[in-house]
Design a protein around this ligand. Structure first.
Ligand code: ADP
Ligand code: MG
Length: 259
């Protein structure tokens, strides 16, 4: 199979990648970005994908999202829903209010107006922005804009959430608060999350499992379960210990490439 397919997966897998390869360009200019990546995300599992800049993290996420096609291998998503997506930039519609931004996916789902209103209010309460529905994105802080983006993604009600460095542009304090909120929402809604970050501490704070990708081509070189009880603190000794272990692997990997 050389195409991304969306088929009803088995109940034990939310996202399945099997021998996924991605080549950009052709001939002498071809870049092998991913090489034989196989990975299963279980329903309700929080998986963090870490690796050096340029190792293929975004490529992998875009393939799972269906934004690009695999060059080889197969990707299977459980159920028939498209996954929810979040990027470093919240990509809100600047001319729409917060309410209207969150309402977009509900309109696309053709929910009746009264129900849309109710859902928008509930989603904004979920991300602690109940009083900001009438504001426009430029009136909000970066952290608040990312919460709006999260509410809009949750409005899709998809069981799978794909996040590409969603908190990478935020200050540490704001990021800390959003980690708490994401963890709560993930556990309440029993979401399956594939979360990309180059921040190893963030991965140890959030993940059930951390996957480390090598550089050029991206291959899975290390994987570890994170058994620290939740809720966690990013500055706890347990999180620091896991982060140190993953950082050591990452350092060895980057050193191997002589960068
Ligand atoms: P990461 O997200 O881990 O920083 P990317 O997935 O963005 O890495 O990129 C992986 C590799 O693929 C890099 O070498 C990058 O230059 C290359 N790449 C990414 N997108 C394209 C593209 N559209 N065309 C050609 N090369 C690309
Ligand atoms: Mg990237």
């Amino acid at each position: 199979m050389t195409s991304t397919t969306t088929t009803p997966g088995s109940a034990t897998t939310a996202v399945a990648l099997s021998g996924v390869t991605k080549v950009y360009g052709r001939g002498a200019n071809a870049v092998l970005a991913l090489d034989g990546v196989s990975l299963d995300v279980a329903p309700g599992e929080f998986v963090c994908l870490v690796g050096a800049s340029g190792c293929g993290k975004s490529t992998l996420l875009n393939l799972v999202a269906g934004l690009d096609r695999v060059s080889g291998g197969q990707i299977t998503l459980a159920g028939d829903a498209n996954p929810g997506l979040m990027f470093q930039e919240p990509a809100l519609f600047p001319w729409l209010t917060v309410d209207a931004n969150v309402e977009v996916p509900l309109k696309l789902r053709r929910l009746p107006r009264a129900e849309r209103r109710e859902r928008v209010a509930e989603l904004l309460r979920t991300v602690h922005l109940a009083d900001f529905g009438r504001k426009r994105p430029h009136e909000l802080s970066g952290g608040m804009r990312q919460r709006v983006a999260l509410a809009r993604t949750l409005a899709l009600e998809t069981p799978v959430l794909l996040m590409d460095e969603p908190f990478g542009a935020l200050d540490a304090m704001t990021r800390d608060i959003l980690h708490d909120e994401l963890e709560r929402i993930w556990s309440e809604r029993k979401l399956s999350v594939l979360f990309v970050t180059h921040n190893v501490r963030e991965a140890a704070r959030l993940a059930d499992r951390i996957i480390l990708l090598s550089s050029r081509p991206g291959r899975i070189i290390y994987s570890t379960e994170v058994d620290i009880p939740r809720p966690r603190r990013i500055d706890s000794p347990e999180v620091a210990a896991i982060a140190a272990e993953v950082t050591e692997r990452l350092r060895t990997e980057v050193g191997r490439h002589g960068q």
